[in-house]
Every structure is written in C-alpha cells, then in structure tokens.
Design a protein around this ligand. Sequence first.
Ligand code: SF4
Length: 323
Amino acid sequence: RLAAAARALGVRHVFDTTFSADLTIMEESSEFVARMTHPQESKLPQFTSCCPGWVRFVRKEYPEMTDHLSTAKSPQQMFGAIAKSYYAQQLGKEPKDIFCVSVMPCTAKKYEAAIPQVSDAADRDVDVVLTTRELDRMLQAMQINVAALPEEDFDSPLGRGSGAGVIFGVTGGVMEAALRTAYWKLTGANPPADAFQEIRGQKPWREASFTIGQTKLRLAVVSGLASARQLMDTLRAGQADYDFVEVMACPGGCSGGGGQPIHDGQDLSADRGSHLYQLDAESPIRFSHENPTIQALYRDYLEAPLSEKAHHLLHTDQREWTL
Ligand code: SF4
C-alpha cells in the first residue's frame, strides 16, 4: 500500500530499502570475515556503520576509534549509488536524470545524504530524504488514504529484500543479519535462520558469544547514545573485549527513530521492532545472500563483495567525513 501511495504522490519507480539493507549485509559481513581472518592488519572490534548518528558520535567524541567503523555505507547511501549507476544503465539514463528520494525513520539521514564523501555515482546519490513522519503528513495533505489503497508490488529489480534486511530496523537486527551471512561465508552452509536470536531484546547494552566453525565471536549490541558512551569509555579503558559491535543511536534502533510518527506518551519502538521480527519469520528468504536480486547484482555488475567496483560505490572512508 505504501508503494501505491508513493505512486499516487507522483513517484515513478518505487523500491524497498530492504533490498539495499541486504546489500549492506553482503559488504559488511565480508569485511567482518576479512578482519577476523586477518586480525594483524585490521582493527577489532568492527563497529557497524549504518547509523549516521553513531558514526558522527564516534568521529566527534572518540576519533581515535574511527578505524573500527565498518567502511560499508548505510542502506540509504548504497541504494542511491546503485540507483544512479546500475539502475541508470538499465534505464538508459544519466545519473543526473534520476532524482532519488529516500523515506527514512531518521532525521540524521538528511545529514548523511548531504555528506560529499558518501556520494559516488553522482554529485548526490540521494537527492532528498523525507522522514516517515513527513511522508505521513504529505499523504494527509494530499488526502491519500493509504488504508483504502490496493496492495501493489515494488518496482523491479531493486524492490526485493530478505527477512534479514527487514530486521535492520530494530536494535540487534544488523548484527543478527550480518551473522547469518558471515556464518555462511565461514562454513559454506546456512545456520538455522534464528540461530543468533539471543542477541534480540530491548536492554540498551547486550552481550552474547557464538562459535562459528573454529571461531569464537564476542559480540555487543547497544542502542541509545548514553549507552554508547558507556560502551566506548569501557572499550577505551580496556575493560571489555569484543569482535563485533552494533550501535544504533536511537533507543530501540530505527524503529524508535527520531523521524518516526509521534504518538504522545507512547514509545512504540519495541512494538514496531516485534513486527519486524514477525515479517522476518514470515519471509520466504531469511538470508541476504539468498536474495536473487542481490545475487544478480553481483553477477551482472559488482562482481563480488569488496570488489573494486563495490568499494567505489558501496564503501566510504569516515575519516574524511566533513563534520
Ligand atoms: Fe537514524 Fe536513529 Fe536509525 Fe541511527 S538509530 S539510523 S539515528 S533512526
């Protein structure tokens, strides 16, 4: 229905960011496996990098730990880069002929889209960011009743995502999705899809450890910047040791993002998060690497995760971000 609503607003092609969440997982989990297998050459723990609020926090408050951030761009920026390269080619258009609007639960995404170092396919890979709250207001202003619209498909080929991509929006979801694909990369087989569900929950700082093959992984998931500060001070003091750390700046993750519709007196982040887990459980595809659109994108265009082309379009150097 949201696809139908976006078309009613005049949008020509409507896609699902879940697709590019899968792409982020492919790159970020490959980077994590590379760091784990070459620990002398890389910094551990690896920090997730899809939350611009968190990346800016690290850059500003703990600059000496910037190299711990994954260089993978966020799903928003990966989407813009692919839309203005791979998809532009498919349409026979120049990147400048495409105006890319992203709808996000997040006010910090507006800041992220304007950072010159995260646009690689055009001057700006994402031209405008609307929050979900703004989209809601636009639909009301245009008197579009989403509930009464028919269900419509997203456009192809960037409109299909896995359950792993869906849970990107809840605290712990990025870590869980990355572990599903890292397990496959390290062992050649899929784990049970819910093998890493111990990492779920709403506690602001959670820890878990898992053994994949011969490798024991120590993990932490944090949401909210107050807890992120505690985590970073603990790491800086050498009082904790992890291999992989996920941080989302908003309590509960993007489901509680600062751009979400506000319901006075209610915190809906956990409720929205549980819906995301339900959508993941019902998804016919639970692993990012099994998303056929992702497989086709690598086969036909990017070649492989961490390839030169993937590095150019899908990674950034946060040390160069202008603050
Ligand atoms: Fe944006 Fe909050 Fe999600 Fe970070 S956690 S990407 S600040 S909505």
